[in-house]
Design a protein around this ligand. Structure first.
Ligand code: CAA
Length: 396
């Protein structure tokens, strides 16, 4: 395995193109997403129009080469976009992250040329929505065990898929899905295969939509397969390679969630700064009190430490990808620290706002709820710690 040297200083460069992207995404997010975030959080509806606009801006396939409908940019561009969108509304950034890092990225790495053209282009261009389905009701953190099955038909032309998958981000609306299911249960994780699924075919059923605490405008549901016929051409990678594909893709996904968590934390921090300057108590702004100052100092320090780990993970990804190496530890450290920071910062933001922080009239209440999922999805904080420690110790 190619490892990165974490003692080397960061060499990431912010180009004019990155600056222009950040400005354009920030303007769009503040103008179009911020005004609707509260309404969609309340209703739980999928924000079709703004997702469509993100597609028109090239944000649904940021790292996808232009020949496959994407923006042809790099991982830094993707992370910067995630931060800006998450600052406006975490739900939009969840939709963006699954489309980019979990759906498009996997097909770009493991797909054939035909698969890239047919399966990436409509999703990266934002015409359609993509999803990634690994989790099942009885298989979450222990992703190598699953009850769903794909069985090759006698003619050898199709796999017949049966089973129930859960917690599928964009499941209620997705046009296409990268699905992981068992083709040989005797082989454990080596019996898992990845399939490319069209959702408008018989045997694909959208199940219960999850009533969630946060990121409520990002639709999440079960999906059910009942004798769904998937042609063998729609296998992604090799039969039995599914677990590796799922894990490889999650490394990239975890960088996206780290960026999302950073964006939520920044939004909560900036709201707290404003409030601490404006809210008066005991004859002056509450920002004059040392206990508020301590919170501000700790929030800011953890945010910048998070950004450092995020950039380290991006650099590790860019350094190792060319050699087909892994950046698993860096991605997990970034995801762990950024998501724990988002939890800390949003909690302190509610505290600084006092009663107003507990009210739906202020966005910090939403930031607090939205931050919670970042410590759970794409691998819990406990799983990230396990991954980091196993890699450091060299044991499994
Ligand atoms: N990249 C490539 N290969 C990897 C890998 C990685 N990051 N991690 C593990 N592998 C490979 C190993 O090298 C090993 O290969 P060999 O058998 O050939 O040696 C194989 O995968 C099995 O590895 P482990 O023995 O380490 O596997 P494990 O069963 O102990 O589990 C785990 C490892 C890290 C706990 C993993 O199961 C995991 O990440 N669990 C969390 C799952 C997760 O994040 N789920 C979220 C789903 S997506 C979501 O949240 C919803 C959404 O839509 C946003």
């Amino acid at each position: 395995m190619v490892m990165t040297d974490q003692s080397r200083p960061l060499t990431l460069t912010m180009t004019d193109e990155h600056d222009m992207l950040v400005q354009a995404v920030r303007d769009f997010a503040q103008r179009e997403i911020v005004p609707i975030a509260e309404e969609f959080d309340e209703s739980g509806d999928f924000p079709v129009d703004t997702v469509h606009k993100m597609g028109e801006m090239g944000l649904m396939g940021i790292e996808v080469p232009e020949e496959y409908g994407g923006a042809g940019m790099d991982t830094l561009a993707y992370a910067l976009t995630m931060v800006e969108i998450a600052k406006a509304d975490a739900s939009h950034s969840t939709i963006l992250s699954v489309n980019n890092s979990l759906y498009c990225n996997g097909i770009l790495i493991f797909g054939t040329e035909e698969q890239k053209q047919e399966w990436v282009t409509p999703i990266a261009s934002g015409e359609q929505v993509g999803a990634y389905s690994l989790t099942e009701p009885m298989s979450g953190s222990d992703a190598g065990t699953m009850a769903s099955r794909a069985v090759l038909n006698e003619a050898g032309t199709h796999y017949i898929i049966n089973g129930r998958k859960s917690w599928v981000t964009s499941g209620p609306v997705a046009d296409r899905i990268v699905l992981f299911t068992m083709t040989d249960a005797d082989e454990g994780h080596k019996g898992i295969t990845a399939f490319l699924i069209e959702t408008d075919k018989p045997g694909f059923i959208r199940g219960k939509k999850e009533p969630k605490l946060g990121i409520r405008a990002s639709a999440t549901s079960e999906i059910i397969f009942e004798n769904y016929e998937c042609p063998v051409e729609n296998i992604l990678g090799q039969v039995g390679q599914g677990f590796k594909i799922a894990m490889t893709v999650l490394d990239a996904g975890r960088i996206g969630i780290a960026a999302q968590a950073l964006g939520i934390a920044e939004a909560a921090y900036e709201a707290s700064l404003n409030y601490a300057r404006e809210r008066e108590a005991f004859g002056g702004p509450i920002g004059k009190f040392q206990m508020i100052q301590q919170k501000i100092a700790d929030m800011k320090t953890r945010i910048e430490a998070s950004r450092g780990l995020l950039y380290m993970a991006i650099q590790a990804k860019e350094n190792t990808m060319a050699d087909k190496g892994r950046y698993t530890t860096e991605a997990s450290m970034a995801k762990l620290f950024c998501s724990e920071t988002a939890a800390f910062v949003t909690d302190e933001a509610v505290q600084i706002h006092g009663g107003m922080g507990y009210s739906k009239e202020m966005p910090v209440e939403r930031y607090y709820r939205d931050a919670r999922i970042t410590r759970i999805y794409e691998g819990t904080s406990e799983i990230q710690r396990m991954v980091i420690a196993r890699n450091e110790l060299g044991i499994r």
